[in-house]
Design a protein. Sequence first.
Length: 92
Amino acid sequence: MNINAFTPTPPEWTNTAIHAHEFCCPNCHASSLEAVEVWINRRSPVMTENYRRKWQEFYQCHCGCVWWAWSSDRPKKASLEDDLPPTNLDNQ
């Protein structure tokens, strides 16, 4: 994955990006976490109707597809506790 996703200048590979309407690769449906390159366009934020900023996030997928989506479309995690393994206390 690209270590410096916040460089001000877009990498050349972003030139071919297509807009993904779901927050995953439109070609193979891989998660953004599976991308081999990432770039976030923080120089050009857009204001939402409730005055929050959103950015374009660009991903180069392992399948070769280059896609982008709005940061505001990123799925929210239900809860950190959902990701934790069960403990012995859970079985009591």
